[in-house]
Design a protein around this ligand. Structure first.
Ligand code: GTR
Length: 421
């Protein structure tokens, strides 16, 4: 049946106002809830020592996030081979070495490869590196003509000239504003990035991506407690780390996992899974990232699982509109990263990601950092905009929207200078 245009419009407006009414953007509507204590076990035992945290509480929290939220990675797949596709020791006006390295994985007669684009400052040896995924291909983060264009699946997008699910040269350099490469190199850090679609295409289809290499016979979909895309992306960061450990120019003990938005969720989970990451930066990661779920402010578990059914494990859907039944909240994900430096960043206009929920998460994770004698967030109220707290647990809320800006990078570099040198 075809509805008259005015009726369709009316129905659309009605559904819009309905879904708007569902979204909490007002502090007075945030439900009261109990914040689960990172230092009290599920059975009620209080944790007072690093040993008990590491041997008792941390493992039970990690298992919960693994089986109920992001999903388990079924097997530790090793790099089958790696290949330097391209390198140049006079990149970025002579300041940096550039390398494009393809890692290949094989299992069950299937193959998956992804390419790390790496810039390392020439004046530094044994370089600390920021490692993060990009959304639209390595060639979008720089004007550098030599950066190879991925052939992996991409969602069609006019703004990024993606047609027929294929990345194109027309989008070269379109995301330079999110990657302060010059600042990073001038400060003596390396930058490594990967197109996230090479590890697992961002769509609700489990026939491709890294998961498909590790299926058991006749398996077509990860089990209820097995990896969704965020776990897959986190896995890819760890595999990049496997490569860094072989690379004599990189100081693998000083690699920071960085990510924006969904890729910030992946960076946090990578940091929680893999203690080799020296630190983690979550830029506007929001729901399922740094933001507390139980506040239900902005994006909620029900909404994210509906729009992106493939991001988390199937078990996570149990908590759609039932955040109160979760035994954990996201501050405990952050606590899994302790005592390593952790930076949570919000943006004032990014209410969908719940800046206050991100701040509180960093605050509530701090007791675990303090157990290690590290400085967490030591103020109870959110700082005003553009006044970063640069402790081992760092936080800022900047003016502006959901994005990565030069301001963000300036703070990350300053903080890394203190905690990574
Ligand atoms: C939004 C999603 C967020 C965030 C964002 C992004 O649509 O609701 O959770 O991940 O996408 O990754 O840009």
């Amino acid at each position: 049946m075809k509805l008259p245009v005015h009726l369709t419009l009316l129905l659309f407006l009605f559904s819009m106002s309905f879904s708007k009414a569902q979204t909490i953007y007002n502090e007075s509507e945030v439900p009261s809830f109990e914040v689960p204590d990172p230092l009290v076990t599920f059975k009620g035992k209080t944790i007072g020592t690093i040993g008990d945290w590491e041997n008792v509480r941390r493992p039970e929290l990690h298992t919960y996030f693994e089986t109920k939220v992001y999903g388990k990675i079924p097997k530790n797949l090793k790099i089958d081979s790696y290949k330097i596709l391209e390198q140049e020791d006079n990149a970025l006006n002579g300041k940096a070495n550039r390398r494009q390295v393809e890692l290949t994985f094989k299992h069950n007669d299937k193959v998956l490869s992804f390419t790390i684009l790496l810039y390392l400052p020439k004046k530094v040896e044994n370089t600390a590196v920021f490692l993060g995924y990009n959304f639209y291909g390595n060639h979008t983060i720089t004007e550098d003509e030599s950066v190879l264009i991925s052939t992996a699946w991409a969602d069609n997008n006019e703004g990024f000239d993606i047609v027929n699910n294929t990345l194109t040269a027309a989008s070269r350099g379109k995301r330079t504003h999110r990657w302060a490469i010059e600042k990073i190199i001038d400060a003596g850090y390396g930058l490594a990035t990967i197109y996230y679609g090479e590890v697992d295409p961002d769509k609700d289809d489990f026939s491709d991506g890294i998961q498909s290499l590790l299926y058991s016979k006749n398996q077509k979909h990860p089990k209820a407690d097995e990896w969704g895309s965020i776990s897959a992306w986190a896995w890819g960061l760890s595999k990049a780390m496997d490569y860094f450990e072989k690379d004599p120019e990189i100081d693998a003990a000083r690699v920071i996992a960085f990510g924006h938005s969904r890729l910030g969720k992946a960076a946090l989970w990578a940091g929680a899974n893999d203690k080799r990451f020296a630190g983690v930066i979550s830029n506007n990661s929001g729901c399922g990232g740094a933001a507390l779920s139980k506040r239900k402010f902005g994006e909620t578990i029900g909404v994210i699982n509906e729009r992106f059914p493939h991001w988390f494990c199937t078990n996570f859907k149990e908590f759609n509109n039932k955040e109160e039944t979760l035994a954990v909240d996201q501050h405990q994900l952050l606590a899994l990263i302790a005592p390593r430096p952790l930076y949570i960043a919000s943006a004032e206009e990014d209410r969908w990601a719940d800046p206050k929920g991100e701040f509180l998460s960093a605050l509530y994770a701090s007791s675990v950092y303090e157990l290690y004698g590290k400085k967490g967030i030591n103020i109870m109220d959110m700082p005003v905009v553009n006044s970063p707290i640069l402790n081992t647990v760092a936080y800022h809320i900047r003016t502006g929207k959901h994005d990565v800006t030069d301001y963000d990078w300036e703070q990350y570099i300053k903080w890394a200078d203190t905690f990574l040198r």
